[in-house]
Design a protein. Sequence first.
Length: 133
Amino acid sequence: MPPEQVRKGSPHDWLLHANSDLELARTGKSPRVLFETLCFHAHQAVEKAIKAVLVAHKVPIIKSHNIGALIKLLPEDIKRLPELKEAISLTDYAVLNRYPGDLEPVTEKEYKEAVKLAEKIVAWAEGSISKTS
């Protein structure tokens, strides 16, 4: 669905934003881009994808970056991927790894795992939403 035809705040709007973040996460490392920044976008893709599913199922969304808290809001009848539990680890990229500090740098392996998880969760959300539309 083209962006101009998407109703603001709709599940498709949330997916549009999730896919935008996923695309940014996929851009890959360059000299001036950190893995931490790319992983932040992987986290954002997952967060927005889950919120898209919640909106599609008329579950009020909370203002939270915590993937685990968002997963707990999913209705029981929604098919859940095993990767949803794995995606909880991406919550660290929402804040902790986004700013300079004493944390270990994100590795290329961790980055690739974050993008792979985000791809699976966004695809799951798209499939879940298409069943409700």
